[in-house]
Design a protein around this ligand. Structure first.
Ligand code: ADP
Ligand code: MG
Length: 277
């Protein structure tokens, strides 16, 4: 029985919840272009399972482009091309035999601006993704899923008695947590978050940060943030992106978050994390 197996596994790991299904994302030599213009140059980053990896760096250095490449959204942009490979649990998501929807389902995305379906109920927002995956779920299963995902997103207690209200009626911070719940409902193995707190007030930001720290026990997380305190609070590993004027973005250095902030190898990293540019 799966639950028992997981309980035994948890016990074995000394109570640290590490589900056996955790998967990492390994990006190798990723380059990207919009038309003729190259915006990423051979970016390699191993985003290991069970970690929060933070992507930091100035605007325009390709962080969002890199995230979109990690779940095959980049190829939807007209004129966008790329080179390199992205291994999810060792298998290239760009492999011709692999379906696009499969990559999208396994690697979810949460954006800067909360984007729930505003007219759709909170309940329907959470289960919306199930249709896209072609999975049929009964009412009881959906009810359980809605409670589970809203709980994980830290929103259940606030909305349990009004699941039929429209998603658009929630506050910004609640909408962002609803988007997280919606992502979780298709059981992704990796969750990409592109400045998920930039549009939120400090209180909502803290709630989302706590959610991230709990979620990483079951889904690998990659987060773009401009907030250096946030990067230090939530991430285990950090990558510093940079792009010189008119040049493609690349990674200056990456490593454990503590080292990046307190003993960076490159003076530019030191300048950036200390707010000097
Ligand atoms: P970041 O998220 O680090 O701010 P982006 O990945 O958004 O950086 O952008 C990297 C570069 O690619 C920028 O120069 C930006 O102008 C360009 N870019 C981003 N999206 C597009 C697009 N859809 N078409 C053309 N250029 C784009
Ligand atoms: Mg961006």
């Amino acid at each position: 029985h799966t639950r028992e197996a997981i309980a035994v596994y948890d016990d074995y790991l000394g109570g640290h919840r590490r589900l056996p299904s955790l998967a990492g994302l390994d990006a190798r030599e990723i380059s990207a272009w919009f038309g003729e213009r190259q915006v990423l140059d051979r970016v390699s980053l191993d985003m290991k399972a069970g970690r929060v990896t933070a992507l930091i760096g100035p605007s325009g250095c390709g962080k969002s482009t890199f995230l979109r490449i990690l779940n095959r959204m980049h190829e939807l942009i007209p004129g966008a091309t790329l080179a390199g490979e992205v291994l999810l649990d060792g298998v290239d998501i760009y492999d011709a035999a692999r379906r696009l929807t499969d990559a999208r389902r396994q690697v979810g995305m949460v954006f800067q601006k909360p984007n729930p379906f505003p007219a759709m109920s909170i309940y329907d927002n959470v289960v919306a993704g199930l249709k896209l995956t072609g999975r049929r779920a009964g009412r009881a299963e959906k009810d359980a899923l809605v409670e589970e995902c809203l709980t994980k997103a830290g929103l259940w207690r606030e909305v349990a008695d009004r699941l039929r209200q429209p998603g658009g009626a929630l506050s910004g911070g609640q909408q962002q947590r609803l988007c997280i719940a919606r992502s979780l409902a298709v059981r992704p193995r990796v969750l990409l978050m592109d400045e998920p707190c930039s549009a939120l007030d400090p209180t909502s930001t803290r709630v989302v940060e706590e959610t991230i720290k709990e979620l990483v026990a079951e889904v690998t997380i990659v987060i773009v943030t401009h907030n250096m305190q946030q990067a230090q609070r939530v991430s285990d590993h950090c990558a510093f992106f940079l792009a010189e004027q008119g040049q493609p973005g690349y990674i200056v250095e990456h490593g454990p978050t503590d080292a990046m902030f307190h003993a960076p190898q490159d003076p530019r990293t030191s300048d950036y994390v200390n707010g000097r540019f």
